[in-house]
Each structure stands twice: as C-alpha cells, then as structure tokens.
Design a binder for this molecule. Structure first.
Ligand code: GUN
Length: 287
C-alpha cells in the first residue's frame, strides 16, 4: 500500500517557517510585501489569487491587491508593473495567468524585474535555473522537490520521468530533478512507448492534464508518484492525472489530489517572497 505524501502538512510546515522569517524581518524594520495582480474575473484564477492572499495573511507578508477589469490594456498593465518595479516597499510581483487576449503574456512576464519575479517565469530566472545560478525557482516544481525531500525520497542517481513539457511545470521540473542528480526523461504527447518509459521511473511526475490517465500499467513497483493534475469530475469530486485507487497497491508513495502538490505551490511562493525581501533590502532574518 502506497504511503500518502501529505502536501497539506508539509506546506503548513513551510508556511510556519516563512512566518518566523517574516516576523524576524519585521523586527529588523523590513515588511515583506507581494503585489498580486489579476486581470479579469476568471473563476479559477480568483480561487488561486484568494489562496495566495490568504497565505500572505497567515505568514505575515503584506499583500497589495490589484483587481483590474477584463478590458485593461497591455499598456495599462505594463505601466502598473513599471510602477511596482520602482516601488521599494514591494518585493514580489505576481500577475495571475492567463491574462485576457488583448495582453501579450510574454511581454508581461518580461516586464517584471527579475529581482521581483517570485513566480520564476522571467527568462533571467529560467536561465539561472538551467545554469544552476541564484534565481527564483518556479513554485510548483520547487514545491515538488520539497515534497520529495521532506518525505525522505532520494532523487540522487534515480530514474525520474516527467510527463508534460509546459514552461510552468514540466520543463522546470526536469531541470530541478537534474540539479538534484536525478536521471531525467521528459515525455510528452509525441512520446512513443510511454507506458514502458513510465514503468522504469523510480519517481514519476504526472503532468499530462488528463484525468486518471495513469493506471497500474504505467507504474514500477515501489515508485514515488507525484500527481500534478487537478480535474473536477461530474459533481464536485476532484481527481488528478493518476488513477489513485488502481495504483495504490503497486506504488511506494503518492501525492493525493487534493492535498498533494496544490498547497505546495502557494507555500513556495511565500518562500520566494521572503527571499526577495531579504535580497532587495540586504537585511537577513538569520543574522
Ligand atoms: N496560473 C496558473 N499557475 C500559475 C502560477 O503559478 N502563477 C501565476 N502567476 N499564474 C498561474
């Protein structure tokens, strides 16, 4: 029977660590602050934004909220980002994606100062991720590394298979696993023999975006399975990319949906915010 990796518990520990760091920074006169920008009122985005603001409140990070109308122009959004880049009381800037069609997402990502890029989406952050230099790591893959480490699942030397190649999850996930000395394979919609490749994985990261796609035929005995998918089946029930009931007897460890990867994304955003505040002010919580 697979061990359940408790993302709720691990994310709570991380948020408590951030809370301590934020409190120490405040004692030293620095109040970490995150600007959260949402353009339009996409219901899923609203839920994510609300969770991020709630986590700020819990950890003691000041959140500055910008809820802009659907018809906001690209120039207006870029102007707001420029003002926030220049505002020394704001340490992190997050624009919730997707943005409406009239706004070029790439331009928005590139407009955010890399120093304040707590999502880790700026090309400078991506470059630093690949070369192993200092920079912000994207929150979902960084959260998955924490789930593995804090569950004592070794990455070093082991076979890791990432299914999915998005800029937000698949690609950075593969790089982070590589940085931990994993032997990494990236699979995607054109991959042949997907089952056979997945069956070799000691660590399988499922980010294919199809509900309950991975059953026992894809899983090696004792593998750790990280399920990044989140889908709402008929009614209210949530499920992931993995058919959990079907793999429970063969896997060694698995993240549940909900309560696995999801809460980690927000926790790692908080980590990036206190790090941003420390780097920009030169004030360190630990000294
Ligand atoms: N949309 C979906 N995931 C994310 C994320 O991690 N950050 C932002 N800004 N938008 C998203």
């Amino acid at each position: 029977m697979a061990f359940l990796i408790d993302g709720k518990k691990i994310s709570a520990q991380i948020k408590d660590e951030v809370k301590e760091t934020a409190a120490k920074l405040k004692q030293k006169g620095v109040e970490p602050a995150l600007a959260v920008i949402q353009v339009g009122a996409d219901p899923a985005s609203s839920v994510y934004v609300r969770n991020k603001k709630k986590a700020c409140e819990y950890t003691g990070i000041r959140s500055v909220s910008y809820e802009l109308p659907e018809e906001t122009t690209e120039a207006e959004l870029l102007d707001l980002i420029a003002r926030l880049n220049a505002d020394t009381s704001v340490h992190g800037i997050l624009v919730q994606l997707p943005v409406p069609d009239q706004i070029n997402e790439k331009k928005v990502i590139e407009a955010i100062s890399p120093e304040k890029d707590v999502d880790g989406f700026h090309p400078m952050s991506v470059g630093a991720l690949v070369t192993g230099e200092d920079g912000f790591m994207p929150c979902t893959p960084a959260g998955i590394i924490q789930l593995l480490k804090r569950s004592n699942i070794d990455i070093d030397g082991r076979r890791c298979v990432v299914v999915g190649r998005s800029n937000i999850v698949g690609k950075p996930m593969a790089i982070l696993l590589l940085r931990e000395n994993g032997t990494v394979t990236i699979c995607h919609s054109h991959t042949k023999d997907l089952k056979e490749i997945c069956k070799e994985a000691d660590i399988l990261v499922a980010a294919i975006g199809k509900p309950k796609f991975f059953n026992h035929e894809y899983i090696k005995e004792g593998a750790a399975i990280i399920d990044v998918g989140i889908h709402r089946l008929g009614g209210k029930k949530l499920c992931g990319d993995v058919d959990r009931d079907d793999v429970m007897d063969i896997a060694g460890a698995i993240t549940p949906v909900p309560g696995g990867v999801g809460p980690m994304t927000v926790a790692m955003l908080m980590v990036n915010c206190v790090e941003a505040a420390q780097k920009q002010t030169g004030v360190k919580a630990a000294e």
